[in-house]
Design a binder for this molecule. Structure first.
Ligand code: PLP
Length: 385
């Protein structure tokens, strides 16, 4: 029987919007509809709303307003960082890892095929951690490259030692881009301390709207627009601005940063609870990625389930049981395609990986519900009674 109860444990895929974000957006939708490029008063008030949002975001991450370029989300921001580094700044080497989001990985591969750029993949270990010795070697062999490494892996949660990466980048005259889609709003951010030249953010991963994000670009870098046909975003991205989305993004970040400590405590408590319940009740389940607080993102728990016949169906069965979670795989028209991240960490093919990801609204009851569902679906001999 299909469960009527729904428990949402897929916050790394997207998050429910905060009511205060919806309220701020609705207000702008109703009242601030002028085209920001128009010179009349309604246009000017839309422009003012955008610039106030930009200022508030910049201040929150210790950047300057002119360093924030609004985009349609994380994918576009990742594309912009890498494509502009190659096309506008003339960088001929890209150093990245095999566990990056496809917005980075496929873009880099495409540039390597079409633009004669050389692509270098840094080794990662069994938990998805970047081999920093190898990274240093690659940077030394290819000074002036762009290094693109994500702050937290979206499938595993494993965190990057960004301080060391930044130091390696500086020492070798490399640009450092980091996809911070999974971490922005979940940790305090100071672009100076982070030491990256470019950072990617997406609003829908932090209780904001879909279809809006930004790329932080250090003011010393001179990018041409990737999307042309208008002078918006100070000539960095053409097209009428998504005013409503921009306001939602700024509000979502403001809320996240205002409640940072409280949320970190709440969500990491949820993750710890799930880990200990799994250890107690489902001993055959292990964890993928770095699960320590220092080394792993506190919103993500990737579980490796024991081999059994119906493994490929587990995700669908979890859905029927009322639990929304993700596989370590991308679903395409109903067919599951192996995850490049799991492949890169040599996750055994006979085990199924399920990613549970938590957010501000997750409760321990949700976790109990998910554990019960797992207990039903796993073979009895793998379940502690
Ligand atoms: C690490 C990472 N980068 C980029 C993206 C893409 O962001 P968006 O959905 O805003 O295009 C995602 C979303 O799945 C992500 O998890």
């Amino acid at each position: 029987m299909i469960s009527t109860k729904r428990v949402y444990l897929d916050n790394a895929a997207t998050t429910p919007m905060d009511d205060l974000v919806i309220e701020a957006m609705t207000n702008v939708m109703k009242n601030t509809y002028g085209n920001p490029s128009a010179t009349h008063s309604l246009g000017r008030s839309s422009k003012a709303v955008i610039e106030t949002s930009r200022k508030s975001i910049a201040k929150a991450i210790n950047a300057e307003s002119r360093e924030i370029i609004f985009t349609s989300g994380g994918t576009e921001a990742d594309n912009m960082a890498i494509r502009c580094a190659v096309k506008d700044l003339g960088l001929r080497n890209i150093i990245t890892s095999p566990v990056e989001h496809k917005a980075v990985l496929e873009t880099s591969k495409e540039l390597a095929q079409e633009d004669g750029v050389e692509l270098h993949l840094v080794n990662v270990d069994g938990q998805g951690r970047v081999d920093l010795v190898h990274l240093r070697e690659l940077a030394e062999q290819n000074p002036g490259a762009i290094i693109s490494l994500m702050h937290a892996n979206n499938e595993l949660g494993t965190l990057l030692d960004y301080k060391t990466v930044s130091e390696i980048a500086r020492a070798n005259n490399c640009l450092f881009h980091s996809d911070t889609v999974q971490t922005m709003g979940h940790y305090a951010f100071d672009v100076q301390e982070f030491g990256a030249d470019m950072l990617t953010c997406s609003a829908h991963k932090l209780n904001g709207p879909k279809g809006i994000g930004f790329l932080y670009v250090n003011k010393a870098l001179n990018f041409k627009p990737m999307i042309t046909g208008g002078g918006q975003e100070s000539n960095h991205r053409a097209g009428t601005e998504n005013v409503v989305g921009i306001v939602g993004l700024a509000k979502a970040l403001e809320i996240a940063f205002n409640n940072l400590e409280e949320e970190q405590n709440h969500i990491s408590g949820i993750k710890n609870y799930m880990m200990s319940e799994i250890e107690k009740n489902l001993p055959s389940v292990s964890f993928n990625g770095d699960t320590s607080y220092e080394g792993g993102l506190y919103t993500v728990l990737n579980c490796s389930l024991p081999p059994q016949e119906n493994n490929a169906l587990l995700l669908f069965q979890m859905d029927i049981e009322g639990v929304c979670c993700s596989g370590g795989s991308a679903c395409n028209s109903g067919a599951t395609k192996g995850s490049h991240v799991l492949e890169a960490i040599n996750h055994p093919q006979d085990r199924q990986a399920i990613r549970f990801s938590f957010g501000r609204y997750t409760t321990t009851d949700d976790i109990d519900f998910a554990i019960n569902a797992l207990r039903k679906l796993l073979k009895p001999e793998t379940v502690q009674v």
